[in-house]
Ligand binder design. Structure first.
Ligand SMILES: [Zn+2]
Length: 109
């Protein structure tokens, strides 16, 4: 089994609608680090699991320098991970979203 891991860095803003008082309710920004994990038992005709640049371009186009609330309702890092997973094609089995050095979410198939 082959695995490739693509790291994508984006800057984006969001706010959360929470039932408790939190500074996360104010519009603010993060420098997200997104890791997309893809695997396959065989390689394509280019000798790759998949074309990671296509995934990167799709993620950057969707998220970079955007207000995430306009794209995803209640854009928590968990929901961002699922959104990226859905963008990343059938070879993707896991997405990690790092929001801050202490906060990371993972969505796995
Ligand atoms: Zn935040």
């Amino acid at each position: 089994m082959y695995t490739v891991i693509k790291t994508i860095k984006i800057s984006a803003s969001h706010y959360l609608d929470l039932k408790y008082k939190s500074k996360c309710c104010n519009l603010h920004g993060h420098n997200y680090i997104i890791k997309v994990f893809c695997r396959s038992e065989s390689l394509n005709e280019d000798g790759m699991v998949c074309d990671c640049s296509k995934i990167k371009n799709a993620v950057v186009e969707a998220f970079d320098h955007r207000e995430l609330n306009k794209l995803i309702p209640q854009p928590t890092m968990e929901k961002i991970a699922k959104y990226v997973f859905d963008l990343s094609g059938d070879k993707c089995f896991k997405v990690e979203v790092t929001e801050t050095e202490n906060n990371k979410a993972v969505y796995e198939k």
